[in-house]
Design a protein around this ligand. Structure first.
Ligand SMILES: C[S@@+](CC[C@H](N)C(=O)[O-])C[C@H]1O[C@@H](n2cnc3c(N)ncnc32)[C@H](O)[C@@H]1O
Length: 202
């Protein structure tokens, strides 16, 4: 259930980064929630994509809350150390820039500049209590498919409530937005499940 890898689902993440950078321009705080982040490959990918697109001062305003309900997975994320064979998909120049050899043979650690932007937090999505508020971007990929249809809608409503006006929501390519919550979001691109929050009357 925790299957994941670096640079997975790159197209929706690249779209999200593009929309986010426009929306967050000039802001002193940019909050991102990666929900169901497993061992960290996804939030670190997101961090690398953002670091590549933002200037270093703007990037320091970014916080990625990386949450999962499986504590042992979060331990891997907090260390940010991965074997070389799990890093093969990362473009060579990005690997050289954002990973450094770890004391352990054949292992590499994500550089501090990216790790400092990630806050690992234990969180169960089915508690329906958000891990924070005012998020500019929520990424929840390859998680909702494990839930019952009504749970899926409840979790998406929770995300909507935790997002700031105009924020971006990303889920995986195969996950269609359920009709019951479709009015809460506007789909932004035709090739990916990338949405913008709509304001709805209470
Ligand atoms: C297949 S992984 C997806 C990892 C990453 N998002 C990706 O797309 O590569 C699914 C993750 O969802 C987490 N998960 C499943 N149910 C959850 C829940 N109720 N609350 C929080 N995380 C959950 C699992 O622990 C697992 O790490």
């Amino acid at each position: 259930m925790a299957f994941t890898f670096f640079f997975r689902d790159l197209t929706p993440l690249e779209h999200a980064v593009r929309f986010l950078i426009v929306a967050a321009s000039g802001r002193s705080r940019v909050r991102i929630w990666d929900a169901g982040c497993a061992m960290g490959q996804e939030p670190y990918t997101l961090g690398i994509l953002l670091a590549e697109q933002m200037n270093q001062f703007a990037f320091r305003n970014v916080t990625i809350s990386a949450t999962d309900y499986d504590e042992p997975l979060l331990k891997v994320l907090r260390e940010g150390v991965y074997p070389r064979d799990e890093l093969q998909r990362i473009p060579t120049e990005l690997f050289a820039k954002y990973f450094q050899p770890n004391g352990k043979e054949g292992h590499y650690q994500v550089v501090d500049a990216i790790r400092e932007r990630i806050q690992a937090q234990h969180h169960d999505l089915l508690s329906l209590q958000p891990c924070g508020s005012g998020f500019s971007l929520v990424v929840c990929k390859n998680v909702l498919l494990h839930f019952q249809p009504d749970q899926r809608c409840d979790v998406i409503r929770m995300f909507h409530g935790a997002m700031e006006p105009g924020a971006i929501f990303v889920t995986e390519h195969t996950q269609k937005m359920p009709d019951e919550v479709g009015h809460l979001f506007e789909q932004l691109v035709s090739d990916s499940q990338v949405f913008r929050k709509r304001e709805v009357p209470a």
